[in-house]
Design a protein around this ligand. Structure first.
Ligand code: FAD
Length: 318
């Protein structure tokens, strides 16, 4: 079933969903199941699976030449989605990115997903590679997520890259996109970012999942701004508990968001790792409760492999 159909059927009830990361190269599907098994009793109707572009490292050899090595490849988003659907009988939402994909690669990925009866996709641009500084698409690939949304919409209309294909199967993908309550870091201002988000909706996207945030006011304000410019699709808040001291630097650096002063102080004054985990859990419980009370369509938790923490939060909220 489509993600938006779950929202409609829920009739105003807040659903929950989880996001998992494919394991690193050499890992196995077991790590995904170990994360999800303890969370499935909360009956998420769908699970998101992220996609990660290959990164390269240049290692200097004794000859003086540099050797290009592929690192951090996380294989198998499509396969993991199929495995999740088979094991748990829920829908899986693969993330599809522009980075590293030609138009043909994207078309083939969509054909594979359609074969597997996966009809939900989160369409994203992806980030710049670490050594590139700015996002560079694959030769002939998409520059922005909106171009990917348009290609998926074309496939939904039975339009393939090869115009000679006759009676090409029409696909029926429900398309999610990313939204940024604290603005996407590359956008010159909030209005610019919102207008480009609206363009993705106008191009056919069906719902928005937000970047994580730790101050609900930012989410509520974002929804207000979206509605004011005619974005009327469901806006799903993305949530992540912060439980470790190093995250006080890494989360703002990686995700370009602010952390509220009270949260920072509470984490800094916790006595030990257990205390910090408690602070993060309590903060996320409070956020979740307020969002749920406001009637959000779904609470979407970024698990990052930490099912114990996520479980304690969801248990307290539902
Ligand atoms: P876009 O919508 O293309 O926007 C990128 C920037 O360009 C924005 O600043 C926007 O304002 C601007 N822009 C958009 N269109 C135009 C235009 N036509 N002209 C000029 N400027 C424009 N990354 C991964 O690699 N894998 C994942 O699985 C993944 N999952 C994610 C899930 C969620 C819920 C979120 C919020 C992010 C996720 N990301 C993932 C990160 C995402 O890929 C990055 O944030 C990326 O930098 C932007 O992606 P986007 O889809 O928002 O891009």
């Amino acid at each position: 079933m489509k993600v938006t159909e779950y929202f409609e059927k829920a009739n105003g009830q807040t659903l929950i969903s989880f996001e998992v990361l494919p394991p690193l190269k050499g890992g196995s599907i077991k790590s995904i199941f170990d994360t999800l098994d303890p969370l499935m009793e909360f009956k998420p109707p769908f699970i998101d699976v992220t996609y990660h572009r290959e990164e390269f490292l240049y290692k200097k050899r004794t000859s003086g030449y540099y050797e290009k090595t592929s690192i951090r490849k996380r294989p198998g988003t499509v396969g993991i989605c199929a495995a999740i659907m088979h094991r748990y009988g829920v829908d899986a939402v693969p993330h599809l990115i522009c980075g590293g994909f030609t138009l043909e690669d994207t078309e083939n990925a969509l054909i594979d997903l359609n074969f597997l009866n996966i009809n939900n996709v989160l369409a994203l641009r992806g980030d710049a590679r670490k050594f590139e500084g700015r996002f560079i698409p694959e030769a002939g690939g998409h520059h922005y997520a909106i171009d990917l949304v348009k290609q998926i919409e074309d496939m939904n209309a039975g339009k393939y890259l090869d115009a000679n294909i006759e009676n090409g199967a029409q696909m029926d993908f429900c398309i999610g996109i990313a939204g940024y309550p604290e603005k996407h870091f590359e956008a010159p201002n909030m209005d610019f970012d919102l207008q480009h988000t609206k363009a993705k909706i106008d191009a056919g996207a069906d719902y928005i999942v937000t970047q994580m945030f730790f101050d609900n006011k930012k989410y509520f304000e974002y929804v207000k701004q979206c509605r004011a410019i005619g974005i009327n699709v469901p806006i799903v808040p993305g949530l992540k508990p912060i439980t470790k001291l190093y995250q006080l630097n890494s989360i703002p650096r990686i995700f370009h968001i602010d952390l509220p002063e009270d949260l920072v102080k509470a984490l800094q004054s916790a006595k030990n790792a257990e205390g910090r985990q408690r602070v993060g859990i309590e903060w996320c419980i409070e956020q979740s409760r307020e969002l749920k009370a406001s009637g959000v369509p779904c609470l979407h938790y970024y698990t990052m492999g930490d099912s114990d923490t996520i479980r304690q939060i969801v248990e307290a909220v539902y």
